[in-house]
Design a protein around this ligand. Structure first.
Ligand code: SF4
Length: 213
């Protein structure tokens, strides 16, 4: 029920009305939802929706870039992924809190948490079933499918960038990503398939096939 604009004596009382309205409706916080995306993209998308719903039920306004940018950016294209990360970080700057979900930080999440700490944005940690918990830790770069004795076999760099690298994926996540990419490409018309294979996979479809069903 709304707050009455008139006081008990039936006189118009806008000051009291404004004060009572503020008490009745606490200001909603804009909250950045930080959760895994790469790897199990379908499962992580379903979970991110759940986290958004939870945040909304907690009187927050959730911002979830990884439910928005994959609608028009290609996750498997390093340049587009980087662009998505940059835009997400600009949104993070405008948020009042960051809520991290899961049990460990993926590399993308680690970048977001690091920036939130740098920008003094309060951080809260939750399990995947939305129970508040303590801070969880960064993944280890040695888990990365591309890691070979301190070197990286996929990026054009000499030395591995370490656990905060935004391209860190486990072998299982990399295989899942290849499988998803292949299935997406196979759903397109032949001409588009050839264009993508030539542009991103050096004309060699077998680079993806080890991850296919
Ligand atoms: S630089 Fe990144 S992608 Fe390459 S091995 Fe290290 S963590 Fe993995």
């Amino acid at each position: 029920m709304g707050v009455n604009l008139y006081n008990q004596e039936r006189n118009l009382d806008p000051a009291a009305h404004e004060a009572l309205t503020k008490i009745e409706k606490p200001k909603k916080r804009i909250v950045y939802i930080c959760s895994p995306f790469a790897g199990d993209v379908d499962g992580n998308t379903i979970r991110a929706r759940r986290f958004g719903r939870f945040a909304a039920s907690e009187n927050a306004i959730p911002i979830i870039p990884h439910l928005m940018y994959p609608q028009f950016l290609e996750e498997d294209d390093p340049e587009e992924r980087k662009l998505g990360m940059q835009m997400g970080l600009e949104l993070l700057r405008k948020c009042q809190e960051l809520w991290a979900f899961g049990n460990q930080l993926s590399t993308g999440m680690a970048v977001e948490v690091k920036k939130a700490k740098q920008w003094k944005i309060p951080i809260r940690y939750f399990t995947t079933d939305c129970r508040e918990t303590g801070e969880f830790q960064l993944r280890n770069e040695k888990e990365c499918f591309a890691y070979r004795k301190g070197r990286c076999k996929i990026l054009a760099i000499e030395k591995c960038q370490g656990a905060s690298c935004s391209f860190l994926k486990t072998e299982a996540e990399a295989a899942e990503g290849r499988k998803k990419a292949l299935n997406r490409i196979l759903s397109l018309d032949k001409e588009t398939q050839e264009w993508i294979i030539n542009k991103y996979y050096k004309g060699n479809m077998s680079l993806l096939e080890e991850g296919s069903e």
